[in-house]
Design a protein around this ligand. Structure first.
Ligand SMILES: N[C@@]1(C(=O)O)CN(C[C@@H]2CCCCN2)C[C@@H]1CCC[B-](O)(O)O
Ligand SMILES: [Mn+2]
Ligand SMILES: [Mn+2]
Ligand SMILES: [Mn+2]
Length: 303
């Protein structure tokens, strides 16, 4: 079994510097050899993929509220090609962010190869704002709306085929959802397990219910997109938009272990590790949790 680590040194979907250094910190913490330890054949295409794209875009004025729209779009398009080509070769793409706007690329790539794939989105946020609903204009808060084809089409993002259907995505960990996003979730009947449901049912039941919704027969490919800010800030402090009251270390890892156990995982994203936002020990802790989440999603077990 082969996997390809797709390092995405990209921060254009949000304003805080440093998240582009997430991949190199995860790699330098030893992730490739940790995954080889689990029996994976690991390929890594280097730290500089996608970096030169921004150079060719000399001007990138806001489109409405959207910031860095052309660079975000072009980088995500390149990520889609990379993820799609790995998937086509039967190689499991492990995308390391970088901010969560990159999921427009990773999930587009997955759907190219696995049109029937479902998406499990682990996050404090829904990342489903449209150009009309976003308050910040930060595109890392919007990828799901593009993947679903919601809101007015934006020519610069025309490459994104709205292949994802509302009943093929499920969220776990939500606790900071904008009013406009709540409306979108409701109107589209999108299933979301907030931290309230996690408290109520326990993580085991929530994962079961989430998979029952998007993958009832456990026979569909799964794309797991994990934003480390889904975890409580005491667990993953060095991230761009921390929100209190998040998943425990174990709840986060349980989700990854349970997804691996389905045998359906075809793509993994570990996003929003920003190694420049906290003290050295907290950065180390956040990077370490990014690596351990990846290991758990890729077969590491406790016994
Ligand atoms: N919805 C958001 C957006 O910017 O669109 C607004 N939110 C920050 C905002 C601060 C004030 C209280 C309400 N929340 C961040 C989120 C995007 C997170 C992107 B992710 O990839 O980190 O999940
Ligand atoms: Mn390659
Ligand atoms: Mn996110
Ligand atoms: Mn988030």
């Amino acid at each position: 079994k082969s996997l390809a680590i797709v390092g995405c040194p990209f921060s254009g979907g949000q304003p805080r510097p440093g998240v582009d250094q997430g991949p190199i910190h995860l790699i330098q913490a030893g992730l490739p050899s940790q995954l080889e330890e689990l029996g994976w054949k690991v390929q890594f295409d280097g730290h500089h993929q996608f970096e030169d794209i921004a150079k060719f875009i000399t001007s990138d004025p806001d489109i409405g509220k959207l910031k860095n729209p052309r660079v975000v779009s072009k980088v995500c398009e390149a990520v889609a090609k990379s993820v799609g080509s790995h998937a086509k070769q039967g190689v499991l793409p492990v995308t390391l962010g970088g901010d969560h706007s990159l999921a427009m690329g990773t999930i587009s790539g997955t759907l190219e190869q696995y049109p029937d794939a479902c998406v499990v989105w682990i996050d404090a946020h829904a990342d489903i704002n449209t150009a009309e609903t976003t308050d910040t204009g930060n595109i890392h808060g919007m990828p799901v709306s593009f993947l679903l084809g919601l809101g007015q089409p934006i020519p610069e993002f025309a490459w994104i085929k709205p292949q994802l259907k509302p009943n093929k995505i499920v969220y776990i960990g939500l606790r900071d959802v904008d009013a406009g996003e709540k409306k979108i979730l409701r109107e589209n009947g999108i299933k979301a397990f907030s931290m309230h449901e996690v408290d109520k049912h326990g993580i085991g039941k929530v994962v079961e219910l989430a998979l029952d919704h998007v993958n009832p027969k456990r026979d569909l490919p799964i794309h797991l997109s994990f934003d480390v800010d889904a975890l409580d800030p005491t667990v993953a402090p060095s991230t761009g938009t921390p929100v209190r009251g998040g998943l425990t270390f174990r709840e986060g890892h349980y989700i990854c272990e349970a997804i691996y156990e389905t045998g359906c995982l075809v793509a993994l994203d570990i996003m929003e590790v920003n190694p420049s936002l906290a003290k050295e020990e907290e950065v180390r802790q956040t990077v370490a949790v990014g690596c351990s989440l990846a290991r758990s999603a890729l077969g590491e077990t406790l016994l």
